[in-house]
Design a binder for this molecule. Sequence first.
Ligand code: G4P
Length: 531
Amino acid sequence: MPTATTTTAVAAEAARRRTFAVISHPDAGKSTITEALALHAHVIGEAGAVHGKAGRRGVVSDWMAMEQQRGISITSAVLQFAYRDLIINLLDTPGHADFSEDTYRVLTAVDCAVMLLDAAKGLEPQTLKLFEVCRARQIPVITFINKWDRPGQEPLALLDEIEQRIKLRPTPITWPVGIAGEFHGVIDRRAGEMTAFHRTPGGATAAVEEQLDPHQAAQRYGEDWRRAVEELDLLALTGADHDQAAFTAAVATPVLFGAAVANFGVRQLLDVLATHAPAPQARPDAEGQPRSVDAPFAGFVFKIQANMNKAHRDQVAFVRVCSGRFTRGMTAIHAGTGRPFATKYAQQMFGADRETIDEAYPGDVVGLVNATALGIGDTLYDGRAVAFPPLPSFVPEHFAVLRAADTSTYKRFKRGVEQLDAEGVVQVLRNDRRGEQAPVLAAVGPMQFEVAMARLDAEFGVTTGLEHLPYELARRTDRASEERLRGVAGAEVFTRVRDGALLALFTNGWRLRAIGDSSPGLTLDPLPAAG
Ligand code: G4P
């Protein structure tokens, strides 16, 4: 049993953690803001205030180079840095213009999200989809309106769009001085003071900030200042002030304005994360019982990635620590099998960079290397047994048969498909009619097929061909219904390899209804939605 001192120490470490992800549409500036945040932590490290990690910027760039080389965003890892007296974990969400189960799973491992909007474009489709996942999971959201250095919409119009379209109450923390495209700085709404931003050459270091009182700001920025103050008066009338309870209940969103490319507003974002974002909380187990952060170690696997580094053919399971202190070398219990699991190869990683870690606390992410016994959603624990709820399997809407172009590569093809299934890159379906050699891949978005094919090519040396199937809908069924559906036009039943579930696929909703009407009593249950 842990002593009182260690549980207090663990609770204190948990309270210092902020674990979040950025949700955005491609091109809104996610990579840029990630670099800006890393740069900030780095600069602070140089100043000696906290220990940033030297060379971080290089690490970030390397990681991006790897993604560019592959042409698709496939890695997903965590960037950890110190800010003030806090440890911040930024979990990367793969950024391609498509649904991806991967991205959704990352959102099961965060305590907060930063919704990044382009000032000119506002809410875009991918942001909306990711926001819906945050809403379903009640993840508090901070909004960062980016690219204020370029022409864009009116700030009040952007707030209105957030309120009307996603019914989240915007409560600005800062307010821009100068319209989008003429960005002078921001007003801190509570202090009433202005922070003027000055560019540094190439944005290579944190922006130079200058504090101005209202008198100085009015003198320097004249009309732009007056306009900002008028807008703030309007906001005050509507009561759009920060409300911590509404934010943590995910019904209000603090809003900040900035320009990640010039590092404007990034420190303010870090301050909001530090002051307002929730620290890790007790996580409910599969029975709904909360496991408090100072209970013995427990965590769950939210991502599996193989072959991250070509030099080491390996499989890494990313574990989000939910309770207790993780120490490298400890033996945890794998909740699924009850077997001990040795954690000798625990690493922290960001892209290609790896570093052995010795301990981790709630909110942190640990990469377990060569963890082939672990699957997505699995729980590891020490002390009192716990199993966290399984991660949601998302409802697939795209289906295609995959084949090895050259049958002599079939062995590797089979191994590769098994690997992609274990990682949850795609769902793999099989039935007797199509046979072993022609698995059907099921995906939330078609980009998942491209990722699967590119990886089979790059990592297993197998060229594949894809044949799209005309199905659009999946329903959960059972053996008896499978019998009855055999030979029915517009329907086909498969076994999902991952969990053995029987899925009936239909070409469209009309066909599904027609089949249901003509054969009463069929089991055709909707799959649980993401969330
Ligand atoms: P993503 O990861 O969300 O897809 O976006 P990314 O950071 O790659 O940014 C997309 C483009 O937007 C980049 O320009 C980037 O420089 C630019 N950008 C990001 N933040 C800001 C900002 O605050 N202001 C302005 N004006 N631009 C911003 P690019 O032309 O595609 O690439 P690059 O040549 O600049 O690297």
